[in-house]
Design a protein around this ligand. Structure first.
Ligand code: SAM
Ligand code: SF4
Length: 335
């Protein structure tokens, strides 16, 4: 007898154990690489998942093999019922994590600890207050930097997501690495990726190879140690010998890691995106609201996942702006 394929295993044999849920399309920052200057068309509130719907959908995924859920957005902490959502999800047998811009995270530290989170991802692209204002169009550098320290003091691991852009903040590579010498942050340099409306050009992206060159030519190759990466890890982890923290490279553009991808995404309006770059999505929320089983649409989304970067399997396709327009802006995907 033919055995049934597990719901979350795709046509390439990749089992999806990691669900990233976007809680909102809104944000209290306006990062130029994420939020288009002209803004985005927001879904009406009635089209967004309620906390009950988030729980119901998450439960189905967990019952089918998801072991990790990350909450993201937009900015997840501006959602007024964030504590309710988190407390509900904490009743599921799943590891919870969070990606936030850090502006409001201090208010949630006791809750994050209570639900057993051990590590938080904070996005911070510069260590200069004026530059922070230019990149995010808001004046919150001191607040975010202080909140990162508060998280460390509370015993949480802090991973800092840094998107480097040529001529914007690429002169800060060594400043970020110096930070790891004294403090136990993991600095994650993410290659600038193309999405609808973010004015991406290959020339604006700082390739991981160049970042490594900058670091090794300053410290010397023997002081830069490659660390072991966890299975399905998207980041290549390193450390300066003797440093308190680490650094990592996320090479989505120059060297995609799709063959070991175990991620699936749920947008704030309840659509499944089987890849960050997928040009199609499946409306799970409408099906849920109609009272039908959501498993068939999850299966359809998983089986529709393409081998590499939503079909943009080479750099030429990635450079084609027509293909980005078929995708959403990052702020409405949930990174
Ligand atoms: N607001 C939260 C934050 O900033 O951490 C969560 C959502 S944000 C979309 C998630 C992550 O996506 C952030 O670390 C951000 O730096 C990253 N991101 C957004 N646009 C990106 C792009 N074009 N290329 C690479 N990373 C991007
Ligand atoms: Fe907001 Fe995060 Fe996007 Fe910046 S990266 S605009 S903080 S969602």
């Amino acid at each position: 007898m033919k055995t049934k394929q597990p719901l979350l295993t795709d046509a390439f044999g990749r089992a999806h154990q990691y669900l990233r849920i976007s809680l909102t399309e809104r944000c209290n920052l306006r990062c130029s690489y994420c939020m288009p200057l002209e803004g985005v068309q927001l879904a009406p509130k009635s089209h967004l998942m309620t906390h009950e719907e988030i729980f119901t959908i998450a439960k189905t995924f967990v019952e089918n093999g998801v072991t990790k859920i990350r909450l993201t957005g937009g900015e997840p902490l501006i959602r007024k019922d964030f504590d309710r959502i988190l407390n509900q999800l904490a009743t599921l047998p799943v590891a919870l994590s969070l990606t936030t811009n850090g502006v409001n995270v201090d208010q949630y530290i006791p809750l994050l600890k209570k639900v057993g989170m051990t590590s938080i991802n904070i996005s911070l692209d510069t260590l200069k207050a004026q530059r922070f204002k230019e990149i995010t169009h808001r004046d919150y550098f001191d607040r975010v930097y202080k909140n990162m320290q508060l998280l460390l003091e509370a015993g949480l691991k802090v991973k800092v997501n840094v998107v480097l852009m040529q001529g914007v903040n690429d002169d800060e590579i060594l400043d970020f690495i110096r930070l790891t010498e004294k403090l136990p942050y993991t600095i994650r340099f993410i290659e600038f990726m193309p999405f609808d409306g973010n004015r991406w050009h290959l020339e604006k992206m700082v390739a991981s190879e160049k970042i490594m060159e900058t670091i090794t030519s300053h410290y010397g190759e023997d002081r830069v140690v490659k660390l072991k990466d966890a299975p399905n890890d998207t980041s290549k982890n390193h450390q300066i010998k003797g440093a308190a923290g680490r650094f990592a490279l996320i090479t989505t553009v120059t060297n995609p890691f799709c063959d070991s991808c175990n991620r699936i995404r749920l947008t704030a309006n309840g659509h499944i995106k089987n890849c960050l770059f997928s040009q199609t999505e499946n409306d799970l929320l409408s099906l849920l609201r109609s009272g039908k089983s959501i498993e068939p649409i999850i299966r359809k989304a998983v089986l529709g996942k393409l081998a590499v970067r939503g079909g943009m399997d080479d750099l030429e396709k990635l450079k084609n702006p027509d293909l980005h327009r078929n995708n959403r802006s990052m702020i409405t995907i949930g990174g």
